[in-house]
Ligand binder design. Structure first.
Ligand SMILES: *[C@@H]1O[C@H](CO)[C@@H](O)[C@H](O)[C@H]1NC(C)=O
Ligand SMILES: *[C@@H]1O[C@H](CO)[C@@H](O)[C@H](O)[C@H]1NC(C)=O
Ligand SMILES: *[C@@H]1O[C@H](CO)[C@@H](O)[C@H](O)[C@H]1NC(C)=O
Ligand SMILES: *[C@@H]1O[C@H](CO)[C@@H](O)[C@H](O)[C@H]1NC(C)=O
Ligand SMILES: *[C@@H]1O[C@H](CO)[C@@H](O)[C@H](O)[C@H]1NC(C)=O
Ligand SMILES: *[C@@H]1O[C@H](CO)[C@@H](O)[C@H](O)[C@H]1NC(C)=O
Ligand SMILES: *[C@@H]1O[C@H](CO)[C@@H](O)[C@H](O)[C@H]1NC(C)=O
Length: 666
């Protein structure tokens, strides 16, 4: 019958000589005589929604490439099948803003932001990786300022199709799938027009995912309208491993197009292991995509560390490879999009699940999970009642698989007492007559496969963790910036990008400029001001100096700030100490971004079109401000907040420039 992998008292597995089935096992038959099950579409990670890869670009080599290898390199780490990115819309989309490729009508620029670069890095490592684009927000011109992207659906369709076309034209990137509007309503007319526009632009091969929200009402609509001709995939978010009956009835591919959203410690790994199998076993979903790909944003922003791994310290080079990377590897290194699930019920008698997949050419991969953890830290704890026990299982291979004599074995075990072991290769299983039995403990993942290319990739330990430099300056003097944004600045409303003014006579040829001039079609609650944060959230005492240029006469204004205590979707209510100057010759010191609490104000003589130097000092509970090196205000009491990031920004959605930024922290 079978040779058995057995575990010694030390938890090691070895091969047993017995061919008898283990006690108490049901036999799971894996065959292809009745045809194959649904096509598998791959496991992915999501960069964006928003700015979740922001800090990655600022890592030095070799660390940046190492992180990318852990995510994308085949047979190395997570070896992802799919990269999904945000189509930037200039607005706050959870952890920051990402720039649009068309910031105003007649504007086209396919070199803003870092998603193009990320997609190319992914393709470099895995030319077969699938790419998905999805918008969260849109620039205002799309709807003439209305907060709704479907007022002129033809315009929106042109805007999105242009992004896909630009990806090919400027970066040679083939986008495989496009979504509608993340976790917001879809519009039937728009979806039909998107298909029509893409076809007209030669993008017939791009498939449409709808609608990155709940299963309904999109499934109902696909069942009962002409949408069934144009929607290729029904994508739901955080489905809790279940799909609706309408969704199944559509006969479309069902995806968990955003899932996971858990801190990347062991709990995150357990949630991820469970849903990777059970999204198919319970819900017929053939793809699962993790939000987010990589936690590469300041940790105190919303959902800190909710990535497959963490890289949030470009200044030190430190990054952390955590369990979700290896949990992903259990599936991704031994399957590919285009493989098929076998027709089996993947529920195990004593809890847990398995999936079995084949390339249709004789290869077989079985992935088993026995996660017990019903942890509230999983964003969607299990919906179905479940208990998982130690058990023995027997598999009987039939059809094309009957001749398989050896399966490679990969194993992970979550262990709360000892150091957990992830993705270790154990001795092969030798089959006799296509059958084998094995014992399963709880909180394990097994991959049993004919594929022999699996590898636990490794780099030397990265540098140890270190805080943001206490003395940091940037004069933005970069002739050909590799990215449109300056290192470490993390835009929370508005978009700050490198700017060159060759007609400037002197010191301000290269600057950083805020470029969003109209409130975008937002996804979260963007502030009414623009703001970009930088530095260490733990900073208390700081001196910040920055040259600033107001570009809007009469109504314009800019600020520098310390102790900014909120970001992401909470940016509207960020407190801190804000030092503003205005084009009308006034200054203000406020305790919050909206300016509800004014701590000081008066005449400054400042105006638009002239560079000014602002200095803000915060020491204990007292602050002072200089203008062009001279005291303007002092002895302002700061009761709260007691710490936070530094920031720059503008009074409204207006052009403004910043130069010679310098921060010293205590
Ligand atoms: C395999 O099956 C054949 C035919 O059914 C049988 O004769 C043989 O003993 C089996 N081998 C093992 C190792 O069970
Ligand atoms: C698994 O099989 C072994 C060997 O037959 C047996 O000793 C053990 O009790 C079984 N375990 C369970 C949980 O049934
Ligand atoms: C979904 O899965 C169930 C159980 O495996 C199966 O009976 C059903 O046919 C599947 N439905 C679809 C639409 O694939
Ligand atoms: C399995 O996949 C490998 C490539 O991963 C391929 O070379 C081989 O032909 C496939 N088929 C079998 C039966 O191993
Ligand atoms: C999981 O835990 C949650 C919260 O603790 C509880 O509401 C839920 O019923 C549990 N689910 C299962 C399947 O045990
Ligand atoms: C560029 O520099 C020139 C000369 O100082 C100035 O008049 C102009 O306003 C600057 N343009 C911008 C956009 O800053
Ligand atoms: C800020 O500047 C003041 C005046 O030069 C100095 O006394 C203080 O130590 C500085 N604070 C920090 C955090 O560098």
């Amino acid at each position: 019958m079978a040779a058995l992998p057995r575990r010694s008292a030390l938890g090691l597995v070895f091969m047993c000589c017995a061919f008898l089935p283990l006690a108490g096992t049901a036999v799971h038959v894996l065959g292809d005589e009745r045809g194959l099950g649904p096509e598998f579409d791959g496991i992915g990670g999501l960069s964006g929604g928003g700015a979740t890869s922001r800090l990655l670009v600022n890592y030095q080599e070799p660390y940046r490439s190492q992180i990318l290898d852990y995510l994308f390199k085949p047979n190395f780490g997570a070896s992802l099948h799919i990269l999904k990115v945000e189509i930037g819309g200039d607005a706050q989309t959870t952890d920051g803003t990402e720039p649009s490729h068309m910031q105003y009508e007649n504007d086209e620029n396919y070199f803003r932001g870092y998603e193009w670069w990320l997609m190319k890095e992914a393709k470099k490592r895995n030319p077969n990786i699938k790419l998905i684009g999805l918008p969260w927000a849109f620039p205002a011109w799309i709807s003439d300022g209305e907060n709704w992207p479907y007022s002129y659906p033809d315009r929106t369709a042109y805007y999105i199709s242009s992004w896909i076309h630009g990806a090919k034209l400027y970066h040679n990137l083939d986008i495989d799938y496009v979504g509608i509007w993340n976790e917001r309503s879809y519009n039937k007319k728009y979806i039909l027009l998107l298909r029509y526009t893409m076809d007209k632009m030669g993008l017939e091969q791009v498939k449409i995912i709808a609608s990155d929200n709940l299963w309904e009402p999109i499934s109902w609509s696909v069942l009962h309208s002409e949408l069934s001709d144009v929607v290729d995939i029904i994508g739901a978010h955080y489905p809790g491993t279940i799909s609706s009956s309408n969704a199944k009835k559509t006969g479309k591919k069902l995806w968990s197009s955003e899932d996971y959203s858990t801190v990347n410690n062991n709990v995150g790994g357990e949630c991820w292991a469970r849903i990777l199998n059970q999204n198919y076993v319970n819900g017929n979903m053939t793809s699962t995509i993790a939000w987010n790909l990589l936690a590469s944003y300041y940790q105190e922003l919303p959902f800190g560390r909710d990535g497959l791994m963490t890289a949030e310290e470009p200044w030190s080079g430190h990054y952390e490879v955590q369990s979700p990377i290896w949990i992903t590897a259990h599936t991704t290194q031994f399957t590919q999009p285009g493989w098929h699930y076998l027709k089996t019920d993947g529920h195990l008698e004593k809890g847990g699940s398995y999936v079995a997949l084949t390339d249709g050419k004789g290869n077989l991969t079985i992935i088993i999970e026995t996660m017990t953890h019903n942890h509230s830290a999983c964003i969607r704890p299990p919906l179905l009642p479940f208990k998982v026990f130690q058990q023995n299982v027997t598999f009987q291979l039939q059809g094309s698989f009957k001749q398989i004599e050896i399966l490679k074995v990969w194993h992970s075990k979550f262990n709360y007492d000892k150091k957990a072991k992830f993705f270790s290769q154990l001795s092969d299983i030798k089959l006799a007559n296509g059958s084998f039995s094995m014992p399963l403990e709880v909180d394990e993942i097994w991959t049993l496969t004919t594929i022999s290319t699996g590898k636990h990739g490794n780099f030397p330990e990265p540098p140890s963790s270190n805080s943001f430099p206490k003395d940091y300056r940037d004069n933005f003097n970069v002739k050909t910036p590799p990215f449109s944004e300056a290192p470490y600045f993390s835009d929370q409303t508005g978009v700050f990008e490198y700017f060159m003014n060759y007609s400037d006579p002197g010191d301000h040829v290269f600057t950083l400029r805020q470029v969003v001039t109209q409130r975008p079609i937002t996804w979260a609650s963007d502030a009414d001001q623009t703001i970009s944060v930088i530095g260490d959230y733990a900073w208390q005492d700081v001196n910040i100096t920055c040259d600033v240029l107001i570009e809007t006469a009469n109504t314009g204004g800019v600020f520098i700030a310390g102790r900014v205590n909120k970001g992401g979707k909470f940016i509207r209510h960020a407190e801190g100490l804000y030092y503003w100057i205005f084009a009308d010759g006034e200054y203000k010191v406020t305790n919050d971004l909206p300016g509800n609490t004014v701590l000081a104000s008066g005449k400054s003589g400042t105006r638009a079109g002239k560079w000014h130097t602002l200095t803000l000092g915060i020491q204990g509970d007292v602050a002072y401000g200089l203008l062009n090196g001279y005291p303007l205000w002092k002895d302002v009491r700061v009761v709260q907040p007691c710490r936070g990031w530094a920031a720059i920004g503008t009074h409204g959605f207006e052009l403004a420039q910043f130069d010679n930024f310098h921060i010293q922290a205590g």
